[in-house]
Ligand binder design. Structure first.
Ligand code: URP
Ligand code: ZN
Ligand code: ZN
Length: 478
């Protein structure tokens, strides 16, 4: 690194161009792979060239033997979220630091409108939770739980303020679930304003009946969470969501898609040319209903919604990612500690807070299984974890690519770095890992957020609060 006096004199001589220079790496975007240096000034990418002079920068970072890729964009997280009688265990500081360790530099979390509240109250509440705490950039979707006609225009006001997507629930009756009429009105309003509706698609009414039957039969163990939420309940809701969106002339984004039945519904709609998109999450790619065989109550670690499925679904989801039937991998990071939080449901699986931790390991898991597993290219990997989420949610090209003018959110990703995932070494504030013991090949070596070195060979060298709130543009397709 050059000393400060050298820097000043170089700047005076006009030879000092960059704050940071990333040298000798291989740039990977959704479309290209090529050897090049990257020069960074004022938090943005200022130059990309085969060779930039090292003396032109204050700080030089070597990317020898590694990929230089755009920072990960995780569009589905729940930090500091009250749910199931408790609150998710990562807040905007701990969760975003863990995200940075894993190469994610932007996240979109959910601001929840509780019944009777304005949508603005939800947004203000979550802005306060994040203020001054985030180590990476962040934005919000708004979860709508109560939508009389009088509130429809509040959706447009939020879109103008950069909250250009909404999550609706077809599950969790009495908590989050909206009826079909409200969902249809929301789609219609979104079609007018350019907002994107994200749908939690499960038939909550039918599931509720099945759950009550199970409890009446004394079936209270964690595995019954999965056994009472059939794949058909997810597929039916995906179909209904697509039909309601089509009638309203709106796009739809299906969140946390978990099974082949639901994937088929998405595929059919996309084959008809509808603007239907879907994400899956690493838990559905790596874990299965067999995880409920864990001893004692430990199956509770895998209670999230939609639930884990039979193992054969995993390969269908990987194929869906390879063939663009699925466009995004997010995490649905919603951590609850096993002790005291998951334990709330020891005698009744319906009282186990739903959610699992994953914000830290998305890039490594998708790279290892996707690229390492020979299922898709490194470019498709970048597209799934960064470019398409940025495009769908109004952040591209500021995020999601390596280009002059884009934010210098960059990951120096070592395709040969290896790690065994474990709660003993992870940085999420949660006392277990869903992926405990899984060995991954492909790790972030350095991570820059807005040009600032934030992770350096396993050390956090950034600052909580350095992350900025992002006002997002409206949906414009991919
Ligand atoms: O179990 C889950 N997925 N918890 C978070 C809330 C949601 O439905 O995404
Ligand atoms: Zn959901
Ligand atoms: Zn979620």
């Amino acid at each position: 690194m050059n000393g400060p006096r050298t820097q000043r004199s170089l700047r005076r001589e006009g030879r000092m161009e960059f704050d940071t220079l990333i040298r000798d790496g291989t740039i990977v975007t959704a479309v290209d792979t090529y050897a090049s240096d990257v020069g960074i000034t004022n938090g943005r990418i200022a130059a990309i060239a085969e060779r930039l002079p090292p003396e032109s920068a204050r700080q030089v970072v070597s990317a020898q033997g590694a990929f230089v890729m755009p920072g990960g964009v995780d569009v589905h997280t729940h930090l500091d979220m009250p749910f199931g009688g408790t609150t998710s265990s990562d807040d905007f500081e701990t969760g975003t630091v863990a995200a940075a360790f894993g190469g994610t530099t932007t996240l979109i979390d959910f601001a929840i409108q509780y019944k009777g509240q304005t949508l603005r109250t939800a947004f203000d509440t979550w802005m306060k939770k994040a203020e001054g705490r985030a180590a990476i950039d962040y934005a919000f979707h708004c979860i709508i739980t109560d939508l009389p006609d009088s509130r429809l225009e509040e959706m447009d006001a939020l879109v103008r303020d950069g909250v250009s997507s909404f999550k609706l629930f077809m599950a969790y009756p009495g908590v989050f679930m909206l009826d079909d009429a409200s969902i249809f009105r929301a789609f219609s309003q979104a079609a007018k304003s350019g907002a994107l509706v994200c749908m939690h698609a499960e038939n909550g009414g039918a599931i509720d009946v099945i759950v009550k039957r199970a409890l009446a039969e004394g079936k209270t163990a964690p595995k019954y969470h999965a056994l009472t939420r059939p794949t058909t309940a997810e597929a039916e809701a995906v179909s209904r969501a697509i039909a309601l969106a089509e009638m309203a002339g709106a796009p739809v984004y299906i969140v946390h898609l978990s099974c082949n039945d639901a994937l088929e519904r998405v595929r059919e709609a996309r084959d008809r040319g509808l603007p239907v998109y879907a994400e899956t999450c690493p838990q559905y790619l790596y874990l299965s209903i067999e995880n409920f065989d864990a001893p004692g109550f430990e199956g509770a670690k895998f209670v999230f919604t939609p639930p884990l499925r039979e193992k054969w679904h995993q390969e269908k989801l990987w194929a869906g990612l390879a063939r663009d039937q699925l466009q995004v991998v997010s995490t649905d990071h919603c951590p609850f500690c096993y002790k005291e939080q998951k334990e709330l449901g020891r005698d009744d699986f319906t009282k186990i807070p739903n959610g699992g931790p994953g914000i830290e390991h998305r890039l490594s898991l998708v790279f290892a299984g996707g690229v390492g597993g020979g299922r898709f290219s490194v470019n498709r990997f970048v597209e799934l974890v960064s470019t398409t989420p940025a495009k769908l949610f109004g952040l591209f090209p500021r995020k999601g690519t390596v280009a002059v003018g884009s934010d210098a959110d960059l990951v120096i990703f070592d395709p040969n770095g290896e790690e065994t995932i474990s709660a003993k070494t992870h940085h999420m504030r949660v006392d277990y890992s869903m992926f405990e013991g899984i060995r991954v090949k492909g790790l972030p070596r350095q991570v820059l957020v807005g040009g600032k070195l934030t992770i350096d060979n396993g050390r956090f060298v950034g600052r909580p609060g350095q992350g900025q709130f992002l006002r997002r543009r409206t949906y414009s397709g991919v």
